[in-house]
Design a protein. Sequence first.
Length: 238
Amino acid sequence: MTITTVVTEILAGTNDGNGLTPLHLALTQLAINGPLSEEGECALYALHQEVISGEYAGHPHWFHGITHLTQDHEGYVYWRGKHVEHYSYHDDAAEKIAALQLAADCLALEAKNFPVNGRTAISDACREAPADTPWKKAIQTYYSFFEQEGVVTGIFYRKQPADALPVSSVPFNPVISLVSVNGNVEITEHEGAYEAFHALQNKGMASMGCLVTYAELEARLTRMAVPADVLDLALEGY
């Protein structure tokens, strides 16, 4: 059987290569574009056997052999099927080191009962937060913080309540800003984070900059003076 026939059958059995891992797709491309080494030919024929037997489609092909981690042809990396990162490494060894750390971070988040997604997996604050933090929702949803005369206002994303009517005359705004004034929590709805950011900026408030650690985030949430349970309800859309 010729190399061309082998590659043709591999592609035919994997939805024109869409079902192959990036590594195996690269192997078929190498086979088409030029002669393979003896080791490369062995790998290609082994792949062919897996594909035509149905074994290839029958089990997951983990990214760098790391359980629960996969990568698509665009470089997007997934943990248990959820997008968490994007890699464009040229150094395979460096990529594997990064992937191992990413998997460890995802496992650590799960152990603390944090959801694993594209935000939490790369967040220092989420990695550093204790499992019993009262700010679990806030860590996952904050956008930025502003300060004016010692008063801190936070901007957060929120989700629509599960029991909300599918069609409502009242539009649901996905972003809110919160501030505590003399013990009273004031909540303002915004159409988006960009609009909220500039609305506060136009009031003369100063952005407190990007947060990178849990300690910094906890300090600003404490200064915002909105109780964690009240903030959680606001973030849930109530």
